[in-house]
Write a protein that binds this ligand. Structure first.
Ligand SMILES: *Cc1c(COP(=O)(O)O)cnc(C)c1O
Length: 521
């Protein structure tokens, strides 16, 4: 209801009056300010002894204004972070069907292992002789990764998948330069993750897109047409981001090698094929493994991750520093160019130190607790679960590449909403109200209004059935024309529809003092 000046005279939507509690809280869903808004300046939750007066050695550079840190009591601090943790979805709260990102359960055993002081409390500058156990663990992890991939060596230090792509592509460039050649372009299928063309472009390569066939896979003929003596590599994901296995991968690899180019395998979807097929046998020369996707590790919220890169015989000499050499008395950590031997030609160094020890520990704990048979079963269960979701939804949802089996993720598109006014975005927002994180939306880009669902092996039949029932219920509402239900969603989230584009384009990264509570009002 608007007054005669066009301003609302009272909350005029059901949602606004619903939200009107004195505190702004909705039962246990609590409004939480920033630390700087709820804390008191120059108050501290702990007692510190008065600092001894010492002569300042800072000269002119000493702080002249108050530092302005907020202070809270210990319970207030605890509550602040616990409340914030409840405002986001987590795999520990419920099914997290984000395709391509593989959000799987992280067994608590991994956390116990990663917190052992011998792994958690070491420093990268400690002499290698004092961290022998950690070096052995890195060597064991390398052994497992090489067994599973059928490759020659592994560069452990990259910190994520995208960083691993950079590592592998720099190794490829180094190998090409070592033969006295330069090559200027890289083939990237259109369904690729954005990090593939970004990596190639970052290294100055021209990106040549390879279109997908009608069935969603790469046509070897399309690759051959684009190969030339200028092509350094193809970057190919298998299974691809449509959740489909690239059947012609061997033919593609042979054509790429015949043209003197290399095959970079994007291993983000390795969790679908561990124990079933070794990328080395498919002709892959370099492949990153997102430890945080395939071998557990919590990675919601942006980190931390680890992206070790396995390398073929042709690329192995170029692995970056630091690396592990198999020595007679056990693994040797090679940290400098001076310590290299004949045949070792590291392209340089990607990270200051050795990579993410905590991730290595979690990944190895995951591997050892599953065993070779268990890892294979995890892949099979992940594929089975995705196909169960696909089959139980395929009468109501439209699959872009037809109603046929998928690998670890099920893909639908927005033909599903034909005849309704609902978009993929509306549908995803409604899923939030049902207590689910939305599936991956609008990716892969080759599929219009894509909805990519990856349940992983973590989910039981019962939890999949509930998710499927929620998806089906929402689709029935969409088809019944309940547009308002979708437009208003999410109604139960701490925040409603945000302007995500503006938040990304004009992020407010600095805290500023809130205006004094509008006294004038
Ligand atoms: C996640 C992903 C990447 C990037 O990995 P990060 O660890 O997020 O850097 C690359 N390719 C594909 C297909 C992915 O799913």
């Amino acid at each position: 209801m608007l007054n005669n000046q066009g301003r609302p005279s009272r909350p005029d939507t059901a949602a606004a009056s619903e939200a009107a509690t004195f505190t702004g809280n909705k039962a246990l869903q609590i409004e939480e300010g920033l630390l700087f808004e709820i804390g008191q300046r120059e108050v501290t939750g702990i007692d510190l002894p008065e600092a001894p007066v010492a002569k300042s050695r800072l000269g002119n550079h000493g702080r002249k204004t108050e530092i302005g840190l907020p202070g809270l009591s210990e319970p207030e601090t605890m509550r602040h972070y616990v409340r914030l943790s409840r405002q986001n979805h987590a795999i520990d709260l419920g099914l997290y069907p984000l395709g391509s990102c593989t959000m799987k359960h992280n067994p608590r055993l991994n956390e116990r292992m990663a917190r052992l002081p011998g792994f958690a409390d070491i420093h990268p500058l400690q002499p290698a002789s004092t961290v022998k156990g950690a070096v052995d663990l890195m060597a064991d992890l390398s052994h497992w990764l090489l067994e599973m991939t059928g490759m020659e060596t592994v560069a452990l230090s990259p910190k994520a998948g995208a960083h691993g792509e950079l590592c592998g592509m720099v190794a490829i460039r180094a190998a090409i330069e070592a033969r006295g050649e330069t090559r200027g372009s890289v083939l990237v299928p259109e369904s690729a993750h954005g990090t593939n063309p970004a990596t190639a472009a970052l290294l100055g390569y021209k990106v040549i897109p390879v279109p997908a066939r009608a069935d969603g896979t790469v046509d070897p003929a399309a690759v051959k047409e684009r190969l030339s003596s200028d092509v350094a590599a193809i970057m190919l994901t298998n299974p691809n981001t449509c959740g489909l296995f690239e059947r012609d991968v061997v033919e593609i690899a042979e054509a790429v090698h015949a043209a003197g180019a290399f095959f970079y395998g994007d291993g983000a979807n390795f969790n679908a094929i561990v124990g079933k097929v070794r990328p080395g046998d498919l002709g892959v020369d370099a492949m990153h493994i997102n430890l945080h996707k395939t071998f557990s590790t919590p990675h919601g919220g942006g980190g931390p991750g680890a992206g070790p890169v396995v390398l073929s015989k042709a690329l192995a000499p170029f692995a970056p520093l630091p690396f592990l050499r198999r020595g007679e008395g056990g693994p040797v950590l090679v940290e400098t160019a001076e310590a290299t031997q004949d045949g070792e030609r590291p392209f340089g160094r990607l990270t200051a130190f050795h990579g993410q020890m905590g991730m290595y520990t979690r990944a190895l704990a995951y591997m050892l607790s599953h065993g070779a048979d268990g890892l294979k079963q995890a892949s099979e269960d992940a594929v089975l679960n995705a196909n169960y979701v696909r089959a139980r939804l395929s009468d109501l949802f439209h699959a872009p590449y037809g109603d046929r089996p998928c690998m670890h993720e099920a893909l639908f598109d927005d033909h599903s909403f034909e005849g309704t006014e609902i978009t993929t975005l509306d549908f995803a927002k409604a899923l939030i109200d049902e207590g689910y994180h939305p599936m991956t939306m609008y990716f892969p880009l080759v599929v219009h209004g894509a909805m990519l669902i990856e349940p992983t092996e973590s989910e039981s039949r019962a939890s999949l059935d509930l998710f499927i029932a929620a998806m089906r219920d929402l689709m029935m509402r969409a088809k019944a024309g309940e547009v308002e239900h979708f437009r208003a969603a999410p109604r139960f989230a701490p925040r409603r529809r945000l302007d995500e584009t503006r938040a990304a384009r004009q992020p407010k990264l600095a805290w500023s003092e809130p205006a004094p509570a509008a006294a004038a009002e």
